[in-house]
Design a protein around this ligand. Structure first.
Ligand SMILES: Nc1ncnc2c1ncn2[C@@H]1O[C@H](COP(=O)(O)OP(=O)(O)OP(=O)(O)O)[C@@H](O)[C@H]1O
Ligand SMILES: [Mg+2]
Length: 250
């Protein structure tokens, strides 16, 4: 059986600058893999490269989903393969409602031409339920996505999308940044729900707090675009106590 997600010796250039310098990582269904590391170490770059954001050039290595390379696929094709990315800083999408975005994504996956009329009307109820789970009212489905959302509301809306879109691989880039205490608990419980339903989760975070709620199967520490350390949940605790540099040196 091929792995759900396999990253092999990944080297990535952004704007001509080598940002990732040989990253390996394997993710299986029902696993949470945490990625930690100081500012600028390449965590978001890894997330964007998996999602296929233009400008992130794979110069060496490969990314495989269920055994097939995805590096030549467009971002939309990767989404259809079941890759979801929750952004560190979700961009505002004026004119796009969360409900229309979700309808378009689900229709596309079902092979329906029209991106505006829901091929599966149950999606609206699913969306409202997901919003409720993250503590947002149904009116958020009709608001322009992330326009005027508070920092924490953006994070909650991203996680709600992950619930509704039912991807195989969920990449969450600092889903705990800007969240209040209740928000961290809510996001943790949703990550557990996603894990228990068999998704593979790549969880980028700076804080051990989220990882105390969601015990990750493994923790990878990136330092200057390389894997500097890898271990179990105890590694996150060690980082919180000693800082990144000490842990990477050990
Ligand atoms: N478009 C770009 N142009 C130039 N440099 C870039 C670009 N995108 C990323 N980089 C550089 O790549 C490095 C890694 O950035 P990245 O956003 O992946 O870090 P990170 O680990 O996510 O940090 P943080 O914890 O602050 O979110 C940084 O030095 C950053 O300045
Ligand atoms: Mg980042």
């Amino acid at each position: 059986m091929p792995e759900l997600l396999e990253i092999r010796d990944l080297h990535v250039d952004v704007e001509g600058k080598r940002v990732l310098k040989g990253v390996n990582l394997t993710l299986r269904p029902g696993e949470v893999h945490a990625v930690m590391g100081p500012n600028g170490s390449g965590k978001s770059t890894l997330a964007y490269t998996i999602a296929g954001r233009p400008g992130y050039e794979v110069v060496e290595g490969d990314i495989l989903v269920e055994g097939e390379s995805i590096v030549d696929l467009e971002p939309e094709e990767r989404a259809l393969k079941g890759i979801f990315l929750g952004f560190q800083e979700p961009p505002p999408l004026p004119g796009v409602r969360l409900s229309s975005l979700v309808v378009a994504a689900v229709n596309k996956r079902m092979g329906v031409e029209s991106l505006s009329r829901a091929a599966d009307p149950r999606i609206f109820r699913k969306l409202v339920e997901a919003l409720q789970k993250v503590g947002l009212g149904p009116e958020y489905a009709q608001r322009e996505l992330h326009v005027g959302f508070s920092g924490g509301e953006k994070k909650r809306a991203e996680v709600a999308q992950a619930l509704v879109l039912d991807p195989k691989i969920v990449i969450l880039d600092e889903p705990d940044s800007g969240l209040d205490i209740d928000g961290v608990r809510i996001v943790a419980s949703i990550i557990k729900e996603l894990r228990d339903s068999g998704k593979g989760i790549l969880l980028i975070t700076h804080y051990a707090r989220l990882l105390q709620y969601v015990k990750p199967d493994s923790v990878t520490v990136l330092l200057d675009g390389r894997v500097a350390a890898r271990g179990g949940p105890e590694l996150a605790e060690e980082i919180e106590k000693k800082g990144y540099t000490a842990v990477a040196r050990a």
